[in-house]
Every structure is written in structure tokens, then in C-alpha cells.
Design a protein around this ligand. Structure first.
Ligand code: SF4
Ligand code: SF4
Ligand code: SF4
Length: 368
């Protein structure tokens, strides 16, 4: 476990533990109405032409990496795509039986009024802001990815490619731009007014008016009005929303669905430090085992090296001893051969003394 994250987790758990009861009540409040003046976006599939300009706008305002295929390449629409750590919105194409043209639907975070991601996150990395956006704080995220499991729309994505500090990524409803009074990047870029930004309550009125005025163009349903307790992103479509891959999620929000379970949150929050201390102990134990393994491996290597050196020394000494023996034998044989020669010479002199006298008389006088 990353130390910084572990410490932040401990800090978050400690704070949550201290404030446990209050937070749990807020999280389990089944009658939260969202923020009545919050903003939202309405996507109208009957106007959308699948041009991907919204994808490009999102990519630009969020300074995301450029995709391999350009945004002008519409062949990518032949495959169903999902958002990812570097793509916060995608437009998909749906061929619906009985229609002679495809329908396009844009997808991104729906900015739930009571977000499941936020209620699943025990370090409170997600915030439902009063402007309607749901934003994420990577500084407190511990990377547990419960938000990914909790989201009914499979929106949060994880930076699996970042081994050092992976974070969750998703659409922010361009919260920083909204704060400056500007439109979200995708809304700015749409050439067909398929995207309308405004107060959620106004968007619902606009959508109802379009359905009333053009009943042949729309099914009588605003997707997001009640789904999962309501979302700030809303959709109009000429066909059933399920035909466009939108899931049936029911009307209850995540906190409402889990109100009973959340009643136990103070207790659960209270045991987090215990669990985390356990996790820390396991982590330390692993480190200790690793250190012990390393120590044993070094000792074994030293022993093996020492043993190999001893073997080499012994072999060298044995060779030296053998060499010495051979040398002594050689010298002894040489000495014996010389002694034999000398003995034979003396024996020959004794057997023939004249030759010795001649030898003596032939010596110079000074030699006497
Ligand atoms: S769509 Fe998913 S990620 Fe977005 S606010 Fe709702 S639960 Fe959270
Ligand atoms: S609101 Fe902003 S972040 Fe979300 S899809 Fe649109 S451009 Fe992307
Ligand atoms: S820019 Fe507008 S028309 Fe084009 S794909 Fe996006 S929502 Fe549809």
C-alpha cells in the first residue's frame, strides 16, 4: 500500500470516526431533494448527428491526450465505446429496428442528485456541489475503486496505466468553467444544439414542452428525471432509452436503497482504524519477511562463496604438495645419478693408478 495514501486513509478514517454519527445520518438521509437551483445538461438524441464535436470540446477544455484517430474520423462510431481515464465523454451509434437512420447518444457522468459513487466512498473523495456537478478529490482517494462498483452507469474509470499514483477520472460537468459563468466544453462545441445547459428544473420544462409539441419525435420519457433518485444530466430520445443502452436503474437513490445498511455506518466507520491497523501490520509483516528473506539469501551466498573458496584453496594446496613431492623425487634421482657417476670415476681411477700418476706428473709445478 502506498504510504502517502495509507496515511491519508488513516487520517480520513480517523476524522470519519470522530464525526461518524453525523456523517452517517447525512449519508442515510432518504429524503434529500438535491439542490433545487442546480444546473444540468439535456441531451436530445433527435437532434444529435454523431459528429463527435462534443468529444473534441471535452478533450480540449480538459487538456486530455489527443486520441490516435482524429475526432473527424466517424468510423469509430461503428464500435460501442466507453469513457476511460483519458476520454470523459463518448458518443455511440445505435441502429434501432424499424428506423432507417441511426440514433446517437452521448454518455458521460450523469451527475446524480444523490450519487452512488459519493455514498460508497468512505474517505469522501466525491462531492455533490450546489451547481449540480459531482467532483472528485484525488488527494484523499485511497484507490479502493468502490465508486466504480457503486455507479449504476459504470462511469468512474481508473488510471491503470499510472503505476505511481493512479486516480479516478470522470466528467466534472466542467465545474471550473461553470464557476466562471461559462458553458461546459461539450455544450459549447455542439453545432446542432443537441446539448442544452441550464437549471435542471428549467431543462425538465423544456423537455416536457418538446415532447408535448412533437409527440411523433419523442417517447414520453425524460431519462434522468427520476432514475436513481434523479440526475442532473437528462435525455430525450425518439426511441425507448433502453434501445440506446441506458440501464433501467429504478427510482431509488443509492443512499435510499442502502439506508438500512448505512444505519450501521458509525459502527463500520469505527472499526476502520482497527482494520487499517491490521492492514498496516500485515504490510509491515510482509516487509519484515522480505528483509529476513534477503538476510538469509545474503548469508547463503556468503556461505556458498566461502565454501567454493575453501575448495579452491584445498585443491591448490594438494597440487602444491604433489608438485613438491615430484620436485624432491626429481632432485633425489639427479643426486643419485651424480653420486653413481662419481663413484664409477673413482673406481676406474683405482683400477688404473698409472693414468692417475701421468695425470699427476703432467700437472704444472706450481700446483704441488
Ligand atoms: S453517474 Fe456514477 S460517477 Fe456520476 S455521479 Fe452518478 S454515481 Fe457518480
Ligand atoms: S461537461 Fe465537461 S467534462 Fe463533462 S463531458 Fe462535457 S466537456 Fe467533458
Ligand atoms: S456535438 Fe452535439 S450533435 Fe455532435 S455528437 Fe455531440 S451532442 Fe451530438
Amino acid at each position: 500500500m502506498h504510504r502517502r495514501k495509507f496515511l491519508s486513509l488513516l487520517g480520513g478514517a480517523g476524522i470519519a470516526s470522530t464525526l461518524g454519527t453525523t456523517k452517517a445520518k447525512a449519508a442515510s438521509n432518504a429524503s434529500f431533494d438535491g439542490y433545487p437551483d442546480a444546473m444540468g445538461v439535456l441531451h436530445d438524441s433527435s437532434r444529435c448527428i454523431g459528429c463527435r464535436k462534443c468529444e473534441e470540446g471535452c478533450n480540449t477544455v480538459n487538456h486530455l491526450p489527443k486520441p490516435e484517430k482524429s475526432f473527424d474520423d466517424l468510423s469509430v462510431l461503428d464500435t460501442k465505446r466507453r469513457t476511460s481515464a483519458t476520454v470523459h465523454t463518448v458518443v455511440n451509434k445505435y441502429n434501432v429496428a424499424g428506423l432507417d437512420h441511426p440514433i446517437f447518444r452521448k454518455q458521460q457522468c450523469n451527475h446524480c442528485m444523490e450519487p452512488a459513487c459519493a455514498s460508497a466512498c468512505f474517505v469522501k473523495a466525491f462531492t455533490k456541489n450546489s451547481d449540480g456537478s459531482v467532483t472528485y478529490n484525488g488527494d484523499v482517494c485511497v484507490g479502493c475503486r468502490y465508486c466504480m462498483i457503486a455507479c449504476p452507469y459504470s462511469v468512474p474509470t481508473f488510471e491503470y496505466d499510472d503505476p505511481l499514483d493512479p486516480l479516478i477520472q470522470k466528467c466534472t460537468m466542467c465545474h471550473p468553467l461553470i464557476k466562471e459563468g461559462k458553458l461546459p466544453g461539450c455544450v459549447q462545441s455542439c453545432p446542432k444544439e443537441a446539448l442544452t445547459f441550464g437549471k435542471r428544473s428549467d431543462l425538465i420544462e423544456i423537455a416536457r414542452e418538446r415532447i408535448r409539441k412533437y409527440p411523433e419525435r419523442y417517447v414520453n420519457k425524460i431519462y434522468g428525471e427520476t432514475e436513481a433518485g434523479g440526475t442532473n444530466w437528462l435525455y430525450l430520445a425518439p426511441v425507448k432509452h433502453t434501445e440506446l443502452g441506458q440501464p433501467v436503474v429504478g427510482k431509488k437513490s443509492a443512499p435510499e436503497l442502502t439506508a438500512g445498511a448505512l444505519g450501521a455506518v458509525p459502527m463500520v466507520v469505527g472499526i476502520w482504524p482497527v482494520l487499517l491497523t491490521g492492514a498496516y501490520a500485515i504490510s509491515k509483516r510482509k516487509e519484515k519477511i522480505a528483509a529476513e528473506d534477503q538476510k538469509a539469501a545474503v548469508a547463503q551466498a556468503i556461505n556458498e562463496t566461502q565454501s567454493a573458496a575453501d575448495d579452491k584453496l584445498k585443491a591448490a594446496m594438494e597440487k602444491a604438495a604433489k608438485d613438491k613431492e615430484a620436485s624432491i623425487e626429481r632432485e633425489t634421482k639427479k643426486a643419485v645419478a651424480n653420486a653413481e657417476k662419481e663413484f664409477e670415476a673413482k673406481l676406474a681411477a683405482l683400477q688404473n693408478p698409472e693414468s692417475e700418476e701421468v695425470e699427476e706428473s703432467s700437472k704444472p709445478e706450481g700446483d704441488a
